[in-house]
Design a protein around this ligand. Sequence first.
Ligand code: IMP
Length: 428
Amino acid sequence: MPSLVVVGTYWGDEGKGKITDYLSAQADVVVRYQGGNNAGHTIQNGDRIYKLHFIPSGILHPKTLCLLGNGMVIDPVELVAEMDQLLKAGVDIDNLRISDRAHLILPYHKLLDGLNEERRGPNKIGTTRKGIGPAYMDKAARCGLRIADLLDEQELAQRLAENIRDKNLLLQRYYDVPGLDEQAVLTSLINAAERLRPHIDDTSVLINNALDVGKLIVFEGAQATLLDIDHGTYPFVTASNPVAGGVCIGAGVGPTRINKVLGLVKAYTSRVGDGPFPTELFDETANCIRERGKEFGTTTGRPRRVGWLDGVILQYARRVSGLDLLCITLLDVLTGLEAIKICTHYELDGKRTARFPARVSTLGRCEPVYTVLPGWEQEVGNCKSWDDLPENAKRYIRFIEELAGVPVGMISVGPGREQTITIRDIFD
Ligand code: IMP
């Protein structure tokens, strides 16, 4: 079974970093296929904690080839800083390759991201302000600069000049803020280009060659299903396609070459940023989950909103990504709760529905319908197998499995690599 996609089923932060790192021990290649440094993937290796934003979560395994796919948007200066941080921590990054077709995030994208958010006022999206949306806008507008453009200084200078001229007009005349210094931006790009040059490649060729010889590939989704620009809670979404189908476009592989899709399901739901969230909790249980789950954004430090597991979203995620297997994460966070609720349906205008609505205003009117299951007292962080888990935790997992109609293959009971229970062969 040579290729597996890891995709988040909710609004992100389902623990994709830890699980990708865990699976990378067996994988030959790990590929990011969308997004940029809006992602924040946390990996714990022994006492050390690594926070990755661009670089795939396989990087801690020295033999694993780590690729940044063409579907990503990359801030070259920030990427170099992340590479330096890993080097400082003694991590080997020789196996890092960056697609020559990935688009660049430039200083004006970051500026515009912040300015657009301020202009939206109370209707803001709650973006990470890393310039993700504006960089994808330039890609679609066909004026974007790509990683390959870093390889030719003269062409880079000319393309950058055209872009800065237009962006400075926008900044000065529309937003009434100072424009950017073209020479300063160019110099920083030239410096970053020198560092990135040995890592730049046609990553689609590397991926397809690896698949040809039966190598094992993990495609690491960033953000998640409900942040997908097509399938998510639009407009409160990111600007790319985290769903499994995004792999084909964002990595340059055909759909026939993807073998399995692993959906990551947090034992409860969380969300950063704005927009409706039907099972959101505001009470003492919310504080307890937030504290135990350390639910504060890896990229922005913002406290995350938390709520009960939402089965309507889970079924939606199964459909749009074709989930084959589930991995339940952060199960340990629910220990100690007397009762655990799971949303099985929504009540909308007096009727029960399990359909996930297209409009956020409709979602905002959906009332969750819950099934209540008994909680458990026993800490699960040291459980090594299915049999070690408390009966009520098993009951909760079986309930999720039935509701989703997808078998559970893995359970994560803590941040450490060893705190992972595998109940089905993921790569089979
Ligand atoms: P952007 O991706 O920075 O444009 O932000 C769009 C929305 O996606 C905002 O609600 C962000 O909070 C959310 N978002 C972006 N990246 C992540 C992530 O990695 N985890 C969780 N939420 C994210």
